[in-house]
Design a binder for this molecule. Structure first.
Ligand code: ZN
Ligand code: ZN
Length: 197
């Protein structure tokens, strides 16, 4: 069972946000855009690199063109770059609260307007979205983000690793990205520790 985090840990995400806002250069991403970029796994340092390369708004990513170029420019892992480009070019649905645009994970059928998270697919009858468990607050739900605390869900098979990283004191927003960046060997070491609990 995850322990209840101490006060110092729960403060971390707040301080990070504050730092970001006060350091924002003149013409740059809005707070919303920044938060979206962070949710795609972009770190503060990487965000600075993006800005340094003259990308200061969502539309500037169009000039970059593709994820591979962005990865080189901003020193991003390829999967993070791909997520950012998908968002910037409008290739994915970033809707978190509204479920208008949910597609069935089994058959890809777009669900109707009145679809609610947890509904069965209108086409194949299976649970359209997987139900994920949140490594941070322990609640469960469909989608990419926890509706209670906003954490990005990690793959179910890596839930224990994420909980361990939380115990290590990593901020909520960093853990999914950290897991994505880890090699199998790194994960094996972590699994060794996870099994001791
Ligand atoms: Zn389906
Ligand atoms: Zn949560």
């Amino acid at each position: 069972m995850p322990k209840i985090p101490g006060k110092a840990r729960t403060m971390t995400p707040k301080t990070t946000t504050k730092k970001l806002q006060s350091r924002a250069p003149k013409k740059t991403f809005s707070v919303l855009e920044r938060n979206i970029l962070m949710s795609k796994g972009v770190s503060e340092v990487q965000l600075e690199k993006i800005v340094k390369n003259g990308i200061r708004g969502r539309e500037d990513f169009r000039a970059v063109g593709d994820a591979a170029t962005l990865a080189v420019l901003a020193d991003l892992p390829p999967d993070t770059a791909a997520r950012v480009m998908a968002w910037a070019l409008g290739l994915e649905n970033i809707v978190v609260e509204s479920a208008d645009l949910v597609r069935c994970m089994y058959c890809g059928t777009k669900q109707p307007k009145d679809y609610k998270s947890g509904d069965l697919c209108v086409s194949c009858g299976k649970q359209a979205e997987p139900i994920m468990a949140c490594f941070w607050c322990g609640s469960t739900g469909p989608g990419k983000f926890c509706r209670r605390c906003g954490a990005e869900f990690v793959p179910t098979g890596e839930l224990e690793l994420a909980i361990l990283l939380k115990r290590d004191g990593l901020p909520k927003g960093d853990i999914p990205e950290k897991l994505r960046g880890m090699s199998q060997a790194d994960k094996d070491v972590l699994w060794g520790r996870a099994r001791r609990y």
